[in-house]
Write a protein that binds this ligand. Sequence first.
Ligand code: ATR
Length: 295
Amino acid sequence: MSTAPITRLAVVGNPVKHSRSPQIHARFAAATGHAVDYTRIESPLDQFVATVRAFADGGARGCNVTTPFKGEAFAACTRLSDRARRAEAVNTIAFEADGWFGDNTDGAGLVRDIELNAGVPLQGKRVLVLGAGGAAAGALGPLLAARPAALVVANRTPARAQAMIERFAAGAARLDAPLSATALETPGAGFDVLINATAASLQAAVPPLPAGTLKAGALALDMMYGAATLPFLRWARAQGAVARDGLGMLVEQASEAYFVWLGVRPGTFQVLTEMRREVDAQVSAQVAEAARATS
Ligand code: ATR
């Protein structure tokens, strides 16, 4: 029997019961040979820091942080990676001897999914990001580092997009990457890549983009996955785009987080293939159930 110490990890959110992170990390642990116990913790909305502290004090190695706590996690960490500092959002905490180290692996996961899994190099591409919340902020730094020809952020509340890009202006200038903000209704035309980082899919809504926003054959990715993304994915296909949900990003950000805790970046191909099968089966069952309910 192995006597290796168990690395205790969790995802902290509210709600969190839908999270697939435990299955992903269990598969990574099986592949890398680590003894990992990764659970879900639903934190009361006003008790995030106390909840994480109790977990850390129990000897845990770290945690992922999900909605709605990424901003609070950012504020609570004593040390931050550059990408977390710029995003002002933390999705991965490592409990260290000298405090909590906060990182943000979402944007790196997104870029890896687009470039490696979807096979679309971002360099020289026109990229449109919808949304100006934590999800969009996490993506901007890694997207800029991938050297797009243009990076436009469009948001329902344009002032929020403008405020967000100002935090990234110096980095964009260093990389010579044109970064701008606009309203959802006036994003510009002919984008190669569209990333939906809004919460619209949660309301089964599709952001109101004008015709011609996307080039034919563009990649249109929603950061969410499951049945909620179906309206966006249908809309994207109707525009002649290649539609993609956020499952690949989820698996990639998890691999990056695993590296933060355990120093190994697990391979994602097999895990993504298995998760894809599970999610597609669940979505099909939900669609069939909804059709039965309305017939
Ligand atoms: P998160 O941290 O998950 O990004 P958030 O900070 O609440 O969540 O941000 C949600 C984003 O989705 C915002 O950009 C929001 O637009 P506003 O800044 O105008 O609020 C956007 N959003 C939410 N519902 C939307 C909808 N139905 N259509 C378009 N954008 C929407």
